[in-house]
Design a protein around this ligand. Structure first.
Ligand code: DGL
Length: 270
């Protein structure tokens, strides 16, 4: 009954950590496409092809349900996958919608018409591909009216995290927050729209100041996955072991994952 968790690299581990704490009885198979990270600077076709390859590998592990713990793949590839590629007996879910449901104070899966919500000025931090897709604004418009979104493409941050360079990642985060503030001086909420960014959440919060509510995805995705599995128990799948797969070098990915999560998990070749 394993569930698959996909990311371009290390970022999805923030989601994996939260879902395994929320659903301790469920085995998870993690797939990090570290050999091809970052996705955020790739074309939509490229992201589609790489994401499909990773999801197929997770299906081979018996994961009938795969969560794309990657905003870039969710924004640039998920809709096309669902419309043209995912067979009827499998499911692939993204990480965008749970976040937007939380921001717009909705119950999971509430599809009623858009309405006014409390927040009016929202800062979105995401990869260049996610920002370019405008998927966040599209999903938000289905649920809320009158929300002003200012998006900052955070070039370089995922790369620095994947290289294990926390000092560079921190400097880049501060400069991206400053750049956003020049265009939106007083956001009420900030969305960390990339699953790598919770690894830098403290730096985002510090740079934004205590008055800005920072939304990060891991716990929201965990809650919505728990809810989904209660409603669709058939998607637990047949796999039964927790595994960590990478297309990169397993020893080096194991080291970096251990550095960021501050506990050891061992990767094997995908
Ligand atoms: N963690 C991904 C996301 O949520 C990754 C980005 C990348 O590979 O650029 O967007």
């Amino acid at each position: 009954m394993a569930v698959g968790i996909f990311d371009s690299g290390l970022g999805g581990l923030t989601v994996l950590d939260a879902v395994s704490r929320r659903l301790p009885e469920v085995p998870f198979v993690y797939y990090g496409d570290n050999a091809h990270a970052p996705y955020g600077v790739r074309s939509a076709d490229d992201i589609f092809a790489l994401t499909c390859a990773g999801v197929e590998r997770l299906w081979q592990e018996g994961c009938d349900l795969v969560v794309l713990a990657c905003n870039t793949a969710s924004a640039a590839a998920l809709r096309r996958m669902q419309e043209t590629w995912v067979p009827a007996e499998k499911r692939v879910l993204g990480v965008f919608v749970p976040l937007i449901e939380a921001l717009t104070e909705r119950q999971w899966g509430d599809n009623s018409p858009p309405r006014e919500v409390a927040v009016k000025h929202v800062a979105l931090f995401a990869t260049p591909a996610t920002v370019a897709s405008r998927a966040f604004q599209r999903e938000l418009a289905f649920r809320a009216i009158g929300v002003d979104v200012e998006a900052q493409p955070c070039g370089g941050v995922v790369d620095a995290i994947e290289q294990g360079d926390e000092i560079l990642a921190e400097a880049l985060v501060r400069s991206h927050v400053e750049a956003l503030r020049r265009r939106m001086p007083n956001p009420e909420a900030a969305i960390l729209g990339c699953t790598h960014y919770p690894l830098m959440e403290k730096v985002f919060q510090e740079a934004l100041g205590p008055g800005v509510r920072v939304y990060s995805q891991a716990n929201l995705v965990a809650e919505s996955l728990a809810d989904y599995l209660t409603r669709h128990p058939e998607f637990h799948g047949t796999g039964s072991a927790t595994r960590y797969l990478t297309t990169g070098d397993p020893a080096s990915v194991t080291n970096k994952a251990t550095q960021f999560l501050r506990h050891r998990i061992a990767f094997e070749a995908a």
